[in-house]
Design a protein around this ligand. Structure first.
Ligand SMILES: [Zn+2]
Length: 149
C-alpha cells in the first residue's frame, strides 16, 4: 500500500482488503489494488461491481479468504474524512461484512503511515496494526476424514 501511495502521488489510489477473522480480530492477508477512473488528488472510488468478482477470485486461491474492507491513499497527512465515514456506512450495508475495515495510507513529511479503522456502531473506531504474516498454507490442514459428505 505504501508503494502504491508513492507511485500514485499526488493522486489517491486504493482497493479492497481481504482476509479472515481470527476469533473476532480481522486479519488482512491481501490488500488488492484496484485501478479506478474515478480518482483525483482528494478522492478515489472503487469501480462498481468489481469487489464481489475480486473476492471470488481470491477465494479460488484460498477458500478461507473473504472481504474485509477497503483501503485508499490520502496524499496529505489526514485521517478518514466524513465522505470516508459515509462510504464505509454504505459498504457495511451493501457487503456481507457489516463491520468493514478502512485503512487510509496517509502521507507524512517523510513516509506513509497506515491508519486502520473499523466501522463499529456507525463510527470508525481506530485499530492497532500488528504484523503477523500470512495464513498457514491450506495444504497443512489435516485431511478431511469424511471427504464425500
Ligand atoms: Zn479518504
Amino acid at each position: 500500500m505504501r508503494d502504491v501511495a508513492a507511485v500514485a502521488h499526488p493522486l489517491e489510489a486504493g482497493g479492497i482488503l481481504v482476509g479472515v477473522y481470527s476469533e473476532s480480530t480481522p486479519w488482512v492477508t491481501h490488500a488488492l489494488q484496484i485501478p479506478s477512473l474515478d480518482v483525483g488528488p482528494a478522492h478515489y472510488v472503487v469501480p462498481a461491481g468489481i469487489t464481489r468478482r475480486l473476492v471470488k477470485c481470491a477465494r479460488q486461491i484460498d477458500s478461507r479468504i473473504g472481504y474485509l474492507g477497503e483501503w485508499h491513499v490520502h496524499p496529505d497527512d489526514v485521517g478518514p474524512s466524513l465522505t470516508d465515514l459515509r462510504t464505509m456506512r454504505k459498504v457495511g450495508r451493501a457487503q456481507e461484512e457489516p463491520r468493514p475495515l478502512l485503512i487510509v495510507v496517509r502521507r507524512t513529511s517523510d513516509d506513509h503511515v497506515l491508519d486502520a479503522r473499523q466501522l463499529v456502531w456507525g463510527q470508525l473506531r481506530k485499530l492497532e496494526i500488528v504484523l503477523c504474516g500470512g495464513l498457514e498454507s491450506i495444504d497443512s490442514e489435516p485431511p478431511d476424514p469424511n471427504p464425500t459428505s
